[in-house]
Write a protein that binds this ligand. Structure first.
Ligand code: NAD
Length: 335
């Protein structure tokens, strides 16, 4: 008996509506029955409710527990704080999960990459505690706690076991930030002792960047704080074809919001040039989370077929297909 789901949909800003709507069509074609409840965040929230992160939108995610979300534009060096950070903290979605791997037909710097970045999502410099001490001097405070570091380490090791992965690499800068990154590392070490079957290693973040560029195949699960995770996941995306092809998820005890790694790319909004692949793969993660592994695998296979055939490659992958044309071809291969 097929299940019926009601989930929350945030189409987002910039290229968000194009990639999210294309993804919704792909999911519908897979046969999974989802009723979407629309929620708005950001500038659209101001227009409708007078606030950036409307309580109605938070309630919609809380009610349905799972959401698919497009990217939201955050002003640079001025204006309101990141709504993504606010959303992740409000719903205590502490684990940001970003799998990075090769796909057939996607031009990439490296082959045989298959790693997953586990990024702590609620603290670090993203606590957003900044102030001016005196004119010309500002302070930005990095918060690291034992509770948050331990639970993200546990999440990483549990994922390694679940996905039959072999190694967890904790990435840090504890040679300089001895207290904060030192505490993070101490928690990772302690948790690692409970997972004897998983190899554990530690690597300083600058070396990790070089190792990722030179030899990414050595990595399996990468575990890190918020800022390093943000930066290294874009770096890792660049190894396998760019940010248009990497999915992501924010997972907490009670709620999960699935969103691609990429941003709203405002310059491309409405032009039909955004690659919907990252968002489609994000929905694959969401379907697995919902307990729909068959539909997830069918979508992934249809995507791979489309990429392998190469007739409808998106523009960032060297082709000419628009967002819609690529999604339509995935749907055709799904059927
Ligand atoms: P971006 O990801 O929007 O764009 C960077 C580059 O990546 C683009 O120039 C483009 O070449 C490429 N790109 C991104 N998405 C693509 C796609 N679907 N297909 C093909 N190529 C793609 O990052 P940015 O320019 O640093 O940020 C723009 C805005 O997005 C900012 O306001 C930022 O705060 C926001 N942002 C939001 C999220 C989120 O909501 N989760 C994440 C990252 C950035």
């Amino acid at each position: 008996m097929p299940k019926n789901y009601t989930l929350t949909l945030v189409i987002g800003d910039g290229i968000g509506p194009e990639v999210v709507n294309a993804t919704v069509e792909v999911i519908a074609a897979s046969g999974v029955n989802i009723q979407w409840e629309h929620a708005i965040i950001g500038q659209q929230g101001i227009h409708r409710y007078g606030v950036l992160l409307p309580i109605e939108s938070l309630d919609a995610i809380k009610r349905n527990k799972v959401a698919l979300k497009g990217p939201i534009t955050t002003p640079i060096a001025e204006g309101f704080p990141s709504l993504n950070v606010a959303l992740r903290k409000s719903l205590d979605m502490y684990a940001n999960v970003r799998p990075v791997k090769n796909f057939p037909g996607v031009p990439s710097l490296h082959k045989n990459v298959n790693l997953v970045i586990i990024r702590e999502n609620t603290e670090d410099l993203y606590a957003g505690i900044e102030h001016e001490v005196v004119p010309g001097v500002v302070e930005s405070i990095k918060i690291i706690t034992r509770v948050a570091s331990t639970r993200i380490a546990e999440y990483a090791f549990e994922l390694a076991v679940r996905e039959n992965r072999k190694k967890v690499s904790a990435i840090h800068k504890a040679n300089i930030m001895k207290l904060s990154d030192g505490l993070f590392l101490d928690c990772c070490r302690n948790v690692s002792k409970n997972y004897k079957s998983i190899q554990y290693e530690e690597m300083i973040v600058d070396n990790a960047c070089m190792q990722l560029v030179m030899n990414p195949q050595q990595f399996d699960v990468l575990l890190m704080e918020n800022l390093y995770g943000d930066i290294l996941s874009d770096l890792a995306a660049g190894l396998v074809g760019g940010i248009g092809v990497v999915p992501g998820a924010n997972i907490g005890k009670d709620y999960a919001v699935f969103e691609p790694v990429h941003g709203s790319w405002p310059q491309a909004a409405g032009k039909g040039i955004a690659n919907p692949m990252a968002c489609i793969l994000t929905s694959v993660m969401m379907l697995r989370h919902l307990g729909e592994p068959e539909a997830a695998t069918r979508i992934e296979t249809a995507l791979e077929t489309t990429l392998r055939e190469g007739k409808f490659s998106p523009q960032d992958l060297g082709g000419k297909a628009t967002t819609q044309e690529f999604a339509k071809e995935v749907i055709k291969n799904l059927r």
